[in-house]
Design a protein around this ligand. Structure first.
Ligand code: GLY
Length: 414
């Protein structure tokens, strides 16, 4: 079966790698891919005609959409209307669960998904009064997709003013956003595959979003991840099932959404138990780089079960042990950084270590940096501590000018 994976990051390298285990690299095409993904092809994935042209020319039977933008732009509707190619992901309406924070929160409230109280705004009118009533202790979220740059966690009114000024500068006088109560606790990512009626969950994982050790510094696209999460015990699992997952699936059914795809629950475990912070309608990055290696079940079997409506017959199997991913980034990231530096040591890592490329390009057979997040290094071990140590041993073999990585991935696991 010829498969097209859309996207260019570490997530898409992990996806292509997982599909290729069954189908071989010659049947797995990645658009546009990157310098480390075999069979990458430079196609603009938001140009649906171009994607269709490529897929028809290469007899693609299944498309897996990696990032959120093509889903929010309606790629699933496009392919279902115009072709017989199977495409995995929610349609444009359902993709608003990620594309609009207000839509998602209204969905949660309507269907009994536990989430923090919030108020939505279409302009700044009333925003300062509301924030003052909360003493500035809240989270501000721009309504639309903002590549991780639309969320502001505030502790006081000064931070609220800075956030609103930044949004106003970017989006003008009137723009949709929401303010929600801030929950303090431990974050966990729960990612499932759904056919719109049933769901199968992958192992729970944790992302490390801030640039610096101790969760300090600016937010990034993710500096590392690990799975499974030691504190995910039976009590927590039951609470997440009852308060987040079951009501969400019931909501998808009640709304009649066409949702055959991935659903990601970003949860915070605070003093009231787990609450949903956000949905994503795609796999997380860098969570994918650990949860796919931990999945024993073939990925195409899982995807086809969702598309064919036979997910209830499929039980997932997982590999034992812990998986840790450290992301190596360009110096200066997430602010300005330089590209084009050769990457050394990729051929020095142990057999069994997984290297998932993100911002890389191949130039005359030399792999060079080509983005902020550059390389994911992933290892597996029987204990989390061993997996952490193994991963850092492998990271130490790889270098490029100005490279940087967090030294504490996996260490805030309980
Ligand atoms: N790791 C968070 C995300 O993919 O949105």
């Amino acid at each position: 079966m010829n498969i097209a994976v859309l996207g260019s990051g570490g997530r898409e390298h992990a996806l292509s790698w997982k599909f290729a285990q069954k189908w071989g690299w010659d049947q797995v095409f990645t658009l546009p891919g990157n310098g480390g993904i075999p069979n990458s092809h430079k196609v603009d994935i938001n140009d649906f005609e171009a994607v269709r042209g490529f897929c028809e020319a290469h007899a693609i039977e299944l498309i897996f959409v990696g990032p959120e933008d093509p889903l929010a732009n309606g790629i699933v509707n496009y392919f279902r209307e115009k072709t017989d190619i199977k495409v995995f992901g929610p349609d444009k309406t359902a993709a608003q669960l990620e594309g609009s924070k207000i839509f998602a929160k209204e969905f949660m409230k309507k269907h009994g998904v536990v989430t923090a109280d919030f108020k939505s705004f279409q302009s700044l009118e009333g925003a300062h009064e509301y924030a003052t009533s909360k003493k500035g202790n809240l989270v501000i979220k721009y309504d639309g997709l903002a590549a991780g740059k639309g969320v502001f966690v505030c502790d006081n009114m000064e931070e609220v003013e800075i956030a609103l000024d930044e949004l106003q500068e970017k989006y003008g006088k009137a723009f949709p956003f929401l303010m929600e109560d801030k929950i303090v606790g431990k974050e966990i990512s729960i990612i499932g595959f759904t056919d719109g009626q049933n769901i199968r969950l992958l192992l729970p994982s944790q992302d490390h979003k801030q640039l610096l050790e101790g969760d300090l510094g600016p937010n990034t696209g993710g500096m590392g991840a690990f799975c499974p999460v030691p504190f995910y015990n039976e009590t927590l699992k039951k609470a997440i099932q009852e308060n987040a997952i079951i009501p969400t699936i019931n909501g998808l059914k009640a709304e009649g959404f066409d949702y055959k795809g991935v659903i990601y629950f970003g949860l915070m475990i605070g003093e009231n138990g787990p609450e949903v912070l956000e949905y994503n309608v795609r796999l997380g990055d860098p969570e994918t780089e650990v949860i796919l290696p931990s999945l024993k079940t073939d990925l195409s079997d899982l995807v086809l079960a969702c598309l064919n409506g036979s997910l209830s017959d499929l039980e997932l199997e997982f590999n034992k042990g812990y998986f840790v991913d450290v992301v190596m980034v360009s110096g200066g990231y997430p602010k300005a950084y330089q590209k084009g530096f050769p990457i050394y040591g990729l051929d020095q890592v142990e057999k069994g270590t997984l290297i998932f490329h993100a911002g890389t390009k191949a130039e005359n057979e030399v792999i060079k940096t080509n983005g902020g997040r550059v390389i994911n290094v992933v290892t597996q071990a029987p204990t989390l501590e061993e997996a952490i140590q193994n991963t850092y041993k492998e990271v130490a073999k790889i270098s490029f000018e100005g490279h940087f990585y967090r030294k504490d991935i996996g260490r805030r696991s309980n």
